[in-house]
Design a protein around this ligand. Structure first.
Ligand SMILES: NC(=O)N[C@H]1NC(=O)NC1=O
Length: 170
């Protein structure tokens, strides 16, 4: 799809295509549609980022809470979104041994108890070793700093999801 075709998308088609660019937050795609026409694809990505940046802290934390745990219950029960399933598999999180699985589950729980939102990291830009290292490191951070760190990871996920849509779907 070229930019003209992107800009010609009606609201429903736009949300059907871009609704999960931010995990389980189709509202963001619905809002971004109002920003058309887009000069190019980076402008589309910038519109997602600007919407996220303009949210109050409660909205940013809400976005983080829409993300499934890494190697969590949804992965085990097969209820992840297709995007998330592919990302978690790419980082090897669908093939953990039982010691690794219980370590990550414990660290995810500790993290959530401390911040009241889940640990979010762009799985496709990491592997299980760097994810575990980041979990250990980030659980000790300050609340506001960690919220921003999680949001920056959401933007990386968003970037890769948009890139995949442009290459394969549009
Ligand atoms: N919790 C968390 O980071 N989840 C996400 N990360 C990612 O790359 N895909 C996800 O669903």
């Amino acid at each position: 799809m070229d930019v003209a075709a992107l800009n010609a998308l009606g609201f429903e088609d736009f949300v059907a295509i871009f609704g999960n660019v931010v995990e389980k937050c189709p509202l963001i795609a619905a809002a971004v549609w109002s920003r058309r026409p887009f000069d190019n694809f980076p402008a589309l990505e910038a519109a997602f980022s600007e919407f996220i940046d303009a949210l109050p802290n409660s909205g940013k934390e809400g976005i983080l809470r829409c993300h499934p745990d890494l190697a969590g219950r949804d992965l085990q029960s097969g209820t992840l979104t297709p995007e998330s399933r592919e990302e978690q598999a790419r980082a090897g999180l669908d093939a953990l041994n039982s010691a690794e699985a219980s370590l990550i589950s414990q660290l995810n729980q500790d993290y959530k108890r401390r911040f009241e939102f889940p640990f979010v990291i762009c799985a496709k830009m990491n592997d299980k070793a760097t994810i575990l290292r980041q979990l250990l490191e980030r659980v000790g951070k300050d609340h506001a700093e960690e919220r921003e760190c999680g949001i920056e990871e959401v933007k990386k996920i968003c970037h890769l999801r948009l890139q995949a849509l442009m290459l394969h779907k549009l």
